[in-house]
Design a protein around this ligand. Structure first.
Ligand SMILES: [Zn+2]
Length: 84
């Protein structure tokens, strides 16, 4: 039985961890990066509405208690573009 459920930082949808983008504040460097790494994590639905809301409301920054670099949002936006 799979128990790896997570919640989107923007829309609060609960789904399997694998359905989300993972944003990680790596320990101990405090660097914010995507996908991998050990540290505090936030999750987002891989869709524009959740990405836009996360950026506008700083949902990732609040969840991670860190500054989320513009580059992170750009990379995620690029992933959406790549899928079109
Ligand atoms: Zn969402």
């Amino acid at each position: 039985m799979e128990k790896n459920y997570r919640r989107c930082a923007s829309c609060r949808l609960v789904a399997l961890k694998s359905a989300f983008w993972r944003i990680v504040k790596v320990h101990p460097s405090q660097q914010v990066q995507l996908d991998g790494g050990i540290g505090r994590s936030a999750y987002l639905c891989p869709q524009k509405s959740c990405l836009d809301l996360a950026k506008k409301k700083n949902r990732l920054g609040r969840s991670l208690k860190a500054n989320v670099p513009e580059e992170i949002y750009q990379k995620l936006g690029q992933r959406l573009n790549d899928e079109l």
